[in-house]
Design a protein around this ligand. Structure first.
Ligand SMILES: Cc1cc2nc3c(=O)[nH]c(=O)nc-3n(C[C@H](O)[C@H](O)[C@H](O)COP(=O)(O)O)c2cc1C
Ligand SMILES: [Fe+2]
Ligand SMILES: [Fe+2]
Length: 401
């Protein structure tokens, strides 16, 4: 049974939720599923904006047929070819063979690769600023390469001032009836999930997101329709500010995140002591994370949020503790910049973790390394405590006004 929602005079939401999914993109745990959004404009010509994931393809196809209500599908706009939005495209192409496709140049090849379908005779490659009239609506296309994939574009409906923003302004978490960001708490209460979505999915492409924000700032926007999560229809400044901050790699809070790995507890003990010293110095937002127990995607999001980051790990076979290696690889891969970074290493015969962890920051921009790596040889002792006190003092000096 179809489940579609009216968004405007002749525009509809036809997306669907997947709450059975445990790992998005095969790696990111989801606590409350995710929505795959898709939209239809019933103009003189009928327009479908992106499709949906395979997991929801049945309800999606019912929604599409329901909203078309016997009309033909004339136009499919493809803003993003990733399978979470295009798996159902294969079904749509079969069921609506007359529909014409619009997308950036790369889209045609991606359709051939993913669906084995040659769409040459019904595909129009669009360029930056191209327009398409569908009757009452005039659509304008803006390319947004690497916001998340190279073929991405966003579509601006000049008639109703709606921005179809692809993966931008999406979040993790299924919708629960309420479709608008201002009628549900997904963004406000669940800001950490919006941040985790942005930082892990799009986080590497800050520069490209900045370019998209610049284009969007010239538009008169009354609604943002992303491919995941709620539709945004007011308080645009709140969301744009967050995206601006995240894509500039600016921290949100004067907070300290301490990421540690520990085999026997020595490194963990050091981190607890450091946290206590930081608290004594008056720092209130301190978070300790065991990197082996918290999925890296939550830690990457915290690294984006916090001003100061401390990494602490034992040496393991003259190498790094594996979950720490994974976290640092991800942080480096995102191109995080502008953080205060401290290192604590541990080792019983040849500690090397400090040097190995430090290497991840060598090519990141504006990293303020603390003056001294704290070295522990097995378990904490008095000398170590003093070094941690000094580290806390140095961090406090940078965080507190
Ligand atoms: C499999 C394994 C390999 C290790 N390799 C090294 C090493 O290469 N160099 C070193 O100094 N210590 C090595 N250690 C020792 C630990 O780094 C050391 O005991 C450290 O104090 C553990 O810290 P923790 O109490 O936080 O687990 C190794 C320990 C294990 C279990
Ligand atoms: Fe994507
Ligand atoms: Fe997506």
């Amino acid at each position: 049974m179809q489940n579609v929602r009216k968004l405007g005079e002749d525009t509809w939401y036809i997306g669907a939720n997947d709450r059975k999914i445990s790992l998005f993109e095969g790696v990111y745990p989801l606590e409350n599923g995710i929505s795959y959004n898709s939209y239809v404009i019933l103009d003189e010509k009928t327009v479908l904006m992106d499709t949906a994931d395979e997991a929801v393809s049945r309800i999606f196809m019912e929604n599409l047929a329901g909203v078309l209500n016997g009309r033909a599908l004339d136009i499919i706009v493809i803003n993003h070819m990733e399978p979470d939005h295009c798996a159902a495209l294969g079904l749509v192409l079969q069921k609506y063979p007359e529909a014409k496709l619009f997308g950036t140049m790369q889209v045609k090849n991606l359709i051939a690769q993913f669906h084995g379908t040659d769409v040459t005779d019904r595909f129009t490659a669009v360029k930056e600023n191209d327009t398409l009239s569908t009757g009452r609506h005039q659509l304008r296309f803006f390319t947004a390469p690497m916001v998340h994939w190279p073929e991405v574009m966003v579509t601006y409906d000049e008639t109703d001032h709606v921005l179809y923003s692809a993966d931008a302004f999406g979040l993790f978490g299924a919708l629960s009836g309420n479709l608008y960001a201002d009628t549900c708490s997904l963004w406000t209460e669940g800001l950490s999930e919006a941040r985790r979505y942005y930082t892990n999915i799009v986080g590497r492409y800050g520069m490209q997101v900045q370019a998209l924000l610049k284009k969007a700032s010239a538009l008169d926007i009354s609604m943002i329709c992303p491919l995941h999560g709620p539709v945004i229809r007011r308080d645009f400044g709140y969301y744009i500010d967050l995206y601006d901050k995240w894509s500039r790699y600016a921290y949100e809070d004067n907070a300290v995140a301490i990421f540690y790995g520990s085999i026997y507890g020595g490194t963990e003990n050091a981190c607890e002591i450091l946290a206590a010293h930081l608290a004594e110095k008056g720092i209130r937002d301190i978070r300790l994370y065991d990197v082996a127990r918290t999925h890296f995607s939550y830690l990457v999001a915290e690294a984006f949020r916090c001003q100061a980051l401390v990494f602490a790990a034992p040496t393991k076979d003259a190498a790094l503790f594996p979950p720490m290696e994974l976290l640092l690889t991800e942080i480096k891969h995102k191109g995080l910049a502008g953080r205060t970074v401290g290192l604590i290493e541990n080792g019983s015969w040849g500690p090397m973790a400090g040097k190995l962890m430090g290497a991840y920051f060598e090519n990141l921009k504006d990293i303020d390394m603390l003056s001294k790596t704290v070295t522990i040889r097995s378990a904490m002792n008095e000398a170590g405590r003093e070094e941690l006190a000094a580290m806390a003092e140095e961090i406090a000096g940078k965080l507190l006004p």
